[in-house]
Structure formats: C-alpha cells, structure tokens
Design a protein around this ligand. Sequence first.
Ligand SMILES: Cc1cc2nc3c(=O)[nH]c(=O)nc-3n(C[C@H](O)[C@H](O)[C@H](O)COP(=O)(O)OP(=O)(O)OC[C@H]3O[C@@H](n4cnc5c(N)ncnc54)[C@H](O)[C@@H]3O)c2cc1C
Length: 318
Amino acid sequence: MSVTTAQAVLTLLGDADRAALLEIFGERVRFNEPLAPYTSWKIGGPADALATVNTQHELAELLRFCLRRAMPWWIIGAGSNVLVGDGGVRGIVVRLAGEFAAARVRVEADHIIVEAGGSADMALVTAKAASAGAEGIGSLAGIPGTVGGSLRMNAGTDREIGEFVREVWVQSPSRPAAHSTSVRYLYRQSTLARDVVVSRVVLEFARSTSGDVRSEMRTRLVRRKETQPIALPNAGSCFRNPPDDKAARLIEAAGAKGWREGNAEVSPLHANFINNLGSATAKDVATLLARVRRAVRDRWNVELKLEVHLVGVFIDAT
Ligand SMILES: Cc1cc2nc3c(=O)[nH]c(=O)nc-3n(C[C@H](O)[C@H](O)[C@H](O)COP(=O)(O)OP(=O)(O)OC[C@H]3O[C@@H](n4cnc5c(N)ncnc54)[C@H](O)[C@@H]3O)c2cc1C
C-alpha cells in the first residue's frame, strides 16, 4: 500500500469523536461500517461512522457536532444513485430514519398535498398519492429512493419531482434548525446547496380520479419491468441523456451491451444500466463507466455526463 493509499483509508475519527457520537446515538452509530448493504449496487467500502438520525433535533445536534469538529459528513438516502468507492467514506455518513420516514397525504380543495420526511420511501409516497388521485404521480412510479435523494436528483421520467414541489425544508451545519429554502430543478439535478440535508418536503398535485391514476401507475410499473433489469443490483441509468438523444441508444449503438469488467456488466436489457453480477467492486464499475464513455466519444463524438454520484475513496482496497 502506498503512503497516499494508507492515508486515504485512515479514519478521521478520534477517540473523543467516537465517545461523543456514542453519547448522542448509542447503538444507532456504527464505526467502520461497510456501505455496500446501504446501496442498490451493493458496492462500497466502510464509512468511518454511519449515524442513523431519527429526529430533526438529533440531526441538528449532529450537524453542529460536524461544524465544531470540522468533520466531513455525507448524507445517504436509499443509495440508489450512488457509487461508493471501495476505500469507503471518511468522516460521518448520515442516514435519516424515524420521523423522517413519514409521509402524509391530504386533500386541499382541488389539490392533493403530500407532506413527507427526507427519508420517506418514494414507493410509499407514490402509492399513497396515487390512491388519493394525485395527477402526474405516475411519472415518479417505480423510482427507488427517498424523497430527499429524489429532490436532490430531481428524479423523474417524462415529468420530474421538482414540478410538484411546494416547499422544501433543509438543515445544515451553519443553520441546523429546519428552515424552508427555495430550489431550482434542472435535468437530474437541483440547485440544492451541497451542505444541506432535506428534512421535509411538501408536494402538490392536481386532483384526478384515483382509479385512473392507479391504472396509469400499474401500466408504467409493468413497462419498467419489461425494459429495465430491476431484479439485479444496479443504480438505474448511469449517464444523463445528452440533449435531444438517449444515452442508452448511443451506448447500445457503440456495441457496449454485455461488456464486462470483473463482475460488472453493461446490462443486455438496458444499455445505460450497469449490473453487479455478484461481487463487483467500485473499481470494476468505474472502469466500465470509463470504457463506455470512451466508446461513445470515439463512435459518436458525444461526451456522456454521469448521472450517478461518485462518493468516497476510489482505490484498490485490498
Ligand atoms: C432500478 C432503478 C431505476 C431507476 N429509475 C430512475 C428513474 O426512472 N428516474 C430517475 O430520475 N432516477 C431513477 N433511478 C435513480 C434513483 O432511484 C433516483 O435518483 C433516486 O431519486 C435517488 O434517491 P436516493 O434516496 O436513493 O438517493 P441516494 O442515491 O442515496 O443519493 C443521491 C444523492 O442525493 C443526496 N441525498 C440523499 N438524501 C438526501 C437528503 N435527505 N438531503 C439532501 N441530499 C440527499 C446524496 O448525498 C447523493 O448526492 C433509478 C435507480 C434504480 C436502481
């Protein structure tokens, strides 16, 4: 191991940090915790600490702690759009649970209002909203993830979550109490500041007939099953679509379907997906991403941009 590699995987936590975290979180903080089980790719080395936070008050306390100790932190949602390096993540990885997982739906005149915590499951949110007749919710059906992660990514299909946002509440080290903020939503990204955690969101939909909305949702879910390898560990589309084209089309036409690096494979079903065939590493996936990008550049002169977020230390961890 080179000195640089050794430094990259060295924990940033001292004994005093561990003691302070244990005092706040008890069993809900884990040290040197592998992140692979927390991602849909099932890939990723250990976090120095993984803290599961149940309330806005706890989150504020943790963010204050990070500010005081100049401790790096990163928030993970359902891990369905991230590639975590094999060397893991230094500092504290934050996971929201408890009150952040709640989602409530109510009818307000001719609108359906959804109030959800930052870690509310999109499957739960879309199912509840569809039952109430939220028009447009079908566009978000089948997107695995949390509300907070989806907001940062402006997740969607023909329509995106940003279109339905009425209010966003965030917390940050410099402003730990929950406060509302305004965000702009772009294609698969938002202007949400990097150092904020989305703790609560209010979505607003026009009201339609629940039967129609549910039936549209079922149709879209069936179509997803037919066109995407949803039973295998992956992170959905790896690259953003370039203007007026589809990344999957360009990748397929470059002949990359079925390409492999180690245990990672470009999906034979959907060329913009990379599957973990069992024991793929982040290095396998990153190498394959680079190969695919190069092939598309060489064949089509198009520079594909990553949609998935790369996080942590990308080294050979062995
Ligand atoms: C099979 C499959 C199909 C998919 N289909 C689609 C699709 O149709 N459309 C689409 O847009 N995406 C799709 N995705 C990608 C992914 O599901 C979405 O991007 C999803 O919204 C990510 O949410 P997450 O909670 O998993 O976020 P993560 O992957 O955990 O995180 C993504 C980013 O958001 C940040 N983040 C997470 N939670 C918060 C929070 N509370 N506050 C602030 N920042 C936060 C993270 O730090 C990270 O930078 C698919 C993925 C899979 C595996």
